[in-house]
Design a protein around this ligand. Structure first.
Ligand code: PGA
Length: 264
């Protein structure tokens, strides 16, 4: 696992946007196959998306041959609700880039048969060629997508029940009322994320510090599902100084030294 540490979330977001754009451009230069990208919601990726929007506008990257799959969606929340992940993604990314509408995939939390919806999603990912890169965030409880503590590290896309902790954290988007946060969601599984050829996880701010330290230094465990990244051959965490604050001093120095050596 590689850990990229930047001074603040702004610098981490710029690094990530440019990294994703480089990956898209690099694939486009060698093949006409689409770039398959996993995307996340939440406060964390917003600045990364803003920079990608700027880059698309400036002609530095194009999403015309990108196929995206979002990691999760609430169950039972109308698509047009401002806090649905459909609304979020259009507001912060899709309405401002050139990705064709038919290339955008977001789980339908209002599907009549939720299990069938999840199964079809996994099949569509495989049909698209599998993920080239999955961009994710990390929950304060160490979740990746909505894979809450004790989710199987072998899990695939399915219906999940949100923990009270997560509903409280997300209540800020629902008038501060945890009971207004849907109790269930559809989420890709840990194994779905890890099936990507590359995984990039963002973590900004001191609220993520404990989860990030567990993910990096703790055992690989279903207690902190993002720790499964330890078993991935090509996993990168992009964080700021606040989020990396709980790891051992020697771990911090090691990551800084690796980056300095690679940039030398
Ligand atoms: P956040 O959410 O970006 O809003 O902190 C991340 C997550 O819960 O995975």
């Amino acid at each position: 696992m590689k850990v990229i540490i930047r001074n603040n979330s702004h610098e981490g977001s710029l690094w990530t946007a440019h990294y994703i754009a480089d990956r898209i451009n690099e694939k486009a230069a060698r093949t006409s196959d689409p770039f398959v990208l996993g995307l996340c919601t939440g406060s964390t990726p917003i600045e990364t998306y803003a920079e990608l929007i700027r880059m698309v506008g400036a002609g530095e990257v194009s999403f015309r041959n990108v196929i995206s799959f979002n990691m999760d969606e609430y169950v039972g929340l109308p698509v047009e609700h401002p806090e649905s992940y459909h609304s979020f993604m259009h507001r912060y990314l899709f309405d401002h880039i050139d990705e064709p509408a038919e290339n955008i995939h977001i789980l339908d939390g209002n599907a009549p048969d939720l299990a069938a919806e999840c199964e079809a999603y996994e099949k569509a990912i495989v049909k698209a060629g599998g993920f080239d890169l999955f961009l994710g965030g990390i929950g304060e409880d160490g979740h990746i997508a909505f894979n809450e503590p004790f989710s199987s590290l072998e899990s695939r896309t399915r219906v999940v029940t949100l923990t009270q902790d997560t509903r409280e954290v997300n209540a800020r988007f629902f008038d501060g009322d945890p009971s207004k946060v849907p109790a269930q969601a559809l989420s890709v599984g840990v194994a779905t994320v890890l099936s990507a050829r590359e995984v990039v996880i963002l973590a900004f701010g001191s609220k993520k510090a404990r989860a990030l330290a567990s993910a990096i230094e703790g055992p690989m465990s279903h207690y902190c599902t993002v720790s499964a990244l330890q078993g991935h051959p090509f996993g990168t965490i992009v964080c700021d100084e606040d989020a990396i604050g709980e790891v051992k001093v020697n771990s911090y120095r090691y990551f800084k030294a690796v980056e300095a050596a690679e940039n030398a």
